[in-house]
Structures are given as structure tokens and as C-alpha cells.
Design a protein around this ligand. Structure first.
Ligand SMILES: Cc1cc2nc3c(=O)[nH]c(=O)nc-3n(C[C@H](O)[C@H](O)[C@H](O)COP(=O)(O)OP(=O)(O)OC[C@H]3O[C@@H](n4cnc5c(N)ncnc54)[C@H](O)[C@@H]3O)c2cc1C
Length: 390
């Protein structure tokens, strides 16, 4: 039986970044990446907004803030060096009214504290010139924001790292020597799990109870018609609700063309089911049998209801978008894809805000890596190497 120095679980952007970093740091090491699906990046990594985030939103000093800013620079360097299509197009965050303007100022200060340069308010004339269709009483320009396709980036990382990838290989348990999989045992010294939507279950297999449960939140997108695409020049974001780690429905130009709007954030009855009515009994039972989920519902039912309405009513979704671009019409929106966020929830109903890395019994686990973990992935990989190999 083959014996590896590193066994990585999960072929999303975090597992791929880690593969790349390990391959660069230890060129002689034998590394294998195990992925349960028949292709890489089929879950969060292949179903996100594709934004290289600046680090504007995150609590200064948090792992999210540190790795996002570092990861932003590393992702751009990697993309440039290895020919992954990307663009630094900048984004505009739009406030409407006094309350949102105050929150925008908090964001600006936070961005400055996180070390972002060049963020500034646009004058009404500049706003008119840059985003003539956008309605805002105040708008913040964040030049350090880009777009990329993270599935392309993951594929390039494994190509450059000459990745040994085993697809259709699901890890089902841990042994003294390695992991049990659907294709037999794989032995290895260091095991690192980057299992996204399944991270709590993988940790449980390793006997870890970190006091967190993954609760899936689906995000639906619409695509803008060709005519309406001309109304979006940068990326356009609303001021996010400070109580949630979700950014609110926004307009995102995609690196391979087109403009998407979304995603909303609705509780999902399936971790890996992407239709609006997808249901998986074991996922639903895991989420609804967890006290934290009910506490979250009780605290935020009004927000949840709004998001559900937007999920099932195009008119409501359009209303949210028209707050930013009032001239959009229903015929401008075509149904697009959906993604599901892996969001860790604590038993008290609070959403875990930061990334969570945890040394388990046999493996090291990435327990919470929601947005901006794709942006931050190369820096998160550095952090994993630092902690797991300490
Ligand atoms: C709608 C949406 C929009 C987002 N927008 C952005 C954005 O614009 N910018 C940004 O930076 N971030 C964004 N994010 C967040 C980002 O996509 C995630 O943080 C990132 O993709 C997490 O990567 P990952 O590798 O941890 O997870 P994943 O991409 O989900 O990969 C985990 C992999 O592990 C595999 N796996 C699980 N269990 C096992 C097992 N037992 N055995 C083998 N394989 C297993 C899965 O099949 C999967 O391929 C967004 C996320 C969503 C859902």
C-alpha cells in the first residue's frame, strides 16, 4: 500500500491551495488529494461570486482580515504568474440614507484599519461618471477588488503542483495509519481535511466536537440581460447588514463575461442540492435537530422571511436590486445558478464569524471557511501549514 507524506481531503480552493503550497515547500514530499466527486471544485468553489475581496468588511486582527488581505495579494500574483484570467475592476459600495451612510463610514474606517489603500468616497459627479445608473446617497469606491473564476484557479494550482488527485474517493473514516475511503485505505503521515460543507461531519469521524455545526445557506443568482449589463461598470454592493456575514444581493461582473446579481441567503434543506426545493433527509435532520438552528431562526426570523420571499418571488428579488439600480426591469433578469455556503453555527444560535482551524485526533480540520475563504485560500494554506506542522 502506498504511503503519503500528506493526505488532503477536499478538492475545493482551500484543498487545492494547500496542495500547491505543500508541493512548493516540500518538492520531495508525496502528496495526494482525495475528492468525493467526479470533478474538482463542484461545490462552493465552483458556485461562488468569483470576487477577489479586498478585506473591507472583516474585524481587524481576525484570521479573516489577516488572510483576506494577504490572500488577495497572493491570489493576484498566482493568477498573473500562471495565466489564470482575472481583473482588478474595483467595487462601489452604495449607501441609501443616513443609517446606511453611518454604516458605510464604519466600513471605510475598518478598511483603512485593515490597511486598504485608495478607498474613498465618490463625489456625486464621479459617481455619475463611474456608475450612472446607480442610486446612492453616498458611495465608497474600493479599488482593491477583483474578479476571477476560482475553479480555474484551483485547477491551475493542482496543475502547477503536479497534483496527484483521486476523484470519486470519499473519506469515510480515520485509522491509525491514514484514512478509510470508498476506494480503500489511504495511508499518510499528515492528514488535513478541507471538506467545506461536510467539514463538521469529517471532524466528527475524527472524534472532534468543536461545538459547531455546519448549516447550509443557499444563494440564488440571476443573470442580467445584455441590455442591462451596460448598467454595471464595476462591482456594485449594498451596505451589508452588520448582523450577518452575508453581503446582500449585489452585482458582479464575471471574468468570463456577463453580470450576475445575487446571492440571497436562505436556509437550505440540503447541503449539496442546488434547486430551490432540494431536500436531503440527513442534512435536514442534522440542521433541524440542532438547537443552534432554532435559536438562529428565533432571533432572525424577519430577515429569513425576507430572504425566502426573494428566493421564490422574482418580483421581490427585483425589488432588492432596484434599490440600487431603479431602472432594472423584470425582463432584464434571467434565472442563473445557485451556490450553498457552509456556515458554522454555534449552539447559542450565533454564526461563527471567523475562519476556524482545529487540530483533531488524527487530522487537522478546516472547520469554518466561508467567504472570503476563496480569496484568502493561499494565505489560509500558509496558516494551516504553520499550525498543522508546528
Ligand atoms: C454563493 C457563494 C458566493 C461566494 N462568493 C465568494 C466570493 O465572491 N469570494 C470569496 O472569496 N468567497 C466566496 N464564497 C466563499 C467561497 O466559495 C468558499 O469560502 C470557498 O470556496 C471554500 O472552499 P473549500 O475548499 O473550503 O470548500 P469547497 O469548495 O466546498 O470544497 C470542499 C470539497 O471537499 C469535498 N469533500 C467533502 N467531504 C469529503 C469527503 N469526506 N471525502 C472527500 N471529499 C470531500 C467536497 O466534495 C468539495 O469538493 C462564496 C460562497 C458561496 C456559496
Amino acid at each position: 500500500m502506498e504511503h503519503f507524506d500528506f493526505v488532503l481531503i477536499g478538492g475545493g480552493i482551500v484543498g487545492s491551495s494547500l496542495y500547491y503550497k505543500l508541493a512548493m515547500a516540500y518538492p520531495e514530499a508525496k502528496i495526494v488529494l482525495l475528492e468525493k466527486e467526479s470533478a474538482l471544485a463542484t461545490h462552493q468553489t465552483g458556485r461562488n461570486s468569483g470576487v477577489i475581496h479586498s478585506g473591507l468588511y472583516y474585524k481587524p486582527g481576525s484570521l479573516k482580515a489577516r488572510t483576506c488581505i494577504d490572500g488577495y495579494a497572493q491570489m493576484l500574483d498566482f493568477a498573473q504568474e500562471h495565466g489564470v484570467k482575472h481583473e482588478v475592476c474595483g467595487k462601489v459600495v452604495a449607501a441609501l440614507g443616513g443609517k446606511e451612510e453611518a454604516q458605510l463610514e464604519t466600513l471605510r474606517l475598518r478598511g483603512a484599519e485593515n490597511g486598504l489603500s485608495g478607498i474613498r468616497y465618490l463625489s456625486p459627479e464621479e459617481l455619475q461618471e463611474r456608475e450612472p445608473y446607480l442610486r446612492a446617497t453616498k458611495a465608497l469606491m474600493v479599488p482593491q477588488t477583483g474578479i476571477i473564476n476560482y475553479a480555474d484557479a484551483a485547477e491551475a494550482m493542482l496543475r502547477v503542483g503536479r497534483g496527484a488527485v483521486r476523484l470519486k474517493t470519499e473519506v469515510t473514516g480515520f485509522t491509525q495509519e491514514g484514512v478509510k475511503t470508498t476506494q480503500g485505505e489511504v495511508r499518510g503521515k499528515h492528514i488535513i481535511a478541507c471538506a467545506g460543507l461536510q467539514s463538521d461531519r469529517t471532524a466528527q469521524l475524527d472524534g472532534v466536537d468543536a461545538g459547531l455545526r455546519i448549516v447550509p445557506f443557499r444563494g440564488d443568482y440571476y443573470e442580467l440581460s445584455l441590455r442591462a449589463q451596460a448598467k454595471v461598470r464595476h462591482l456594485i454592493y449594498p451596505v451589508p447588514d452588520p448582523n450577518f456575514p452575508f453581503l446582500g444581493v449585489h452585482f458582479t461582473r464575471m471574468v468570463h463575461g456577463g453580470v450576475e446579481c445575487g446571492p440571497n441567503a436562505v436556509f437550505s434543506f440540503a447541503r449539496e442540492g442546488y434547486s430551490k426545493t432540494a431536500f436531503n433527509a440527513s442534512d435536514a435532520f442534522a440542521a433541524l435537530g440542532y438547537l443552534g438552528t432554532w435559536r438562529l431562526f428565533a432571533k432572525h426570523w424577519r430577515y429569513g422571511l425576507g430572504e425566502y420571499q426573494r428566493a421564490f418571488s422574482k418580483a421581490k428579488f427585483l425589488e432588492a436590486l432596484q434599490r440600487l439600480i431603479p431602472t432594472l426591469e423584470s425582463s432584464d433578469l434571467q434565472p442563473g445558478r445557485a451556490g450553498i455556503r457552509a456556515q458554522a453555527l454555534r449552539p447559542d444560535g450565533s454564526l461563527e464569524d471567523d475562519f476556524v482551524l482545529h487540530q483533531g485526533n488524527r487530522a487537522f480540520h478546516v472547520l469554518n471557511a466561508p467567504s472570503p475563504a476563496a480569496t484568502a485560500s493561499l494565505a489560509v494554506a500558509d496558516e494551516i501549514v504553520r499550525q498543522a506542522l508546528a
